[in-house]
Design a binder for this molecule. Structure first.
Ligand SMILES: C[S@@+](CC[C@H](N)C(=O)[O-])C[C@H]1O[C@@H](n2cnc3c(N)ncnc32)[C@H](O)[C@@H]1O
Length: 234
């Protein structure tokens, strides 16, 4: 999609937002526009009657984007957050579930059998992301998308824009965890990364097979052979 199309899509999206505070959020933050709008919205804005499962509401960037898609396509959004954001949006297509994301039996009661999109944007720790991803993967339709937020650590490295040790390490570990998952599931999923700001990842489900366990990639970086390679300048 070229920039002109995206600008038009974004202007139309903004014109449909009634809540002035949400509109201001989108206008004042190029970060979320690039990560969520430009990278995710074009893929989903024409999917008819889609079901979306969102983990993490907070400011409401992703929630407002998904509710717009639902309004356009007669879809439904199910949002889970440990904090009560039930009053953040008043929309007939929205179900808010106040819960931890790993309270699986409880969440199961509210959500449909299958969903088209899953956003994972709660606790940004690699093992937690893995747990949520594996639990909800069977609920994702073939060709559906899992969006994982916060997968780039560049933004948080020492002396960079948002210098933050914990976020640097968490995002980096999440990035490599997704690579490990892909390593054992090349036939089952496509994996992409967008490194804008704190980064976002897109996983597309290619078939209805079970997701294999993550397979840690064996690195040859710290080997004698690589040391010799460097000494020889090869
Ligand atoms: C980064 S914010 C979500 C941002 C949101 N997607 C947006 O676009 O504005 C993370 C959210 O996850 C919630 N959260 C953190 N840990 C959680 C957990 N284990 N289960 C459910 N929600 C959690 C927090 O309350 C917070 O609202």
């Amino acid at each position: 999609m070229n920039t002109k199309d995206n600008v038009e899509l974004f202007d139309n999206f903004l014109s449909r937002i009634k809540d002035e505070n949400i509109k201001k959020l989108w206008l004042n933050d190029a970060h979320f526009r690039e990560k969520f709008f430009d990278y995710v919205y074009p893929d989903i804005h024409k999917v008819d009657q889609l079901n979306i499962l969102e983990f993490g509401v907070h400011a409401g960037y992703s929630t407002s984007l998904f509710l717009d898609v639902c309004k356009l396509n007669n879809g439904k959004l199910y949002s889970v957050d440990v904090n009560d954001y039930s009053k953040s949006f008043n929309d007939p297509n929205w179900t808010f579930i106040k819960s931890r994301d790993d309270n699986f039996d409880y969440i199961e009661k509210f959500i449909p059998e299958k969903v088209d999109v899953i956003l994972i944007d709660t606790l940004h720790k690699a093992n937690h992301v893995e747990k949520i991803l594996y639990n909800y993967y069977p609920k994702l339709k073939k060709d559906g998308l899992i969006i994982v937020d916060d997968v780039s650590w560049l933004y948080y490295t020492k002396n960079s824009e948002r210098d933050n040790f914990f976020r640097e390490i968490n995002n980096k570990e999440t990035f490599f965890k997704l690579i490990d998952i892909y390593n054992s599931n090349k036939e089952n999923i496509n994996l992409e990364f967008n490194f804008a700001h704190s980064g976002v990842s897109k996983i597309k489900k290619k078939n209805n097979l079970t997701l294999n366990k993550a397979n840690k990639i064996k690195s040859r970086t710290f080997t004698l052979m690589n040391l010799i390679k460097k000494i020889l300048g090869k």
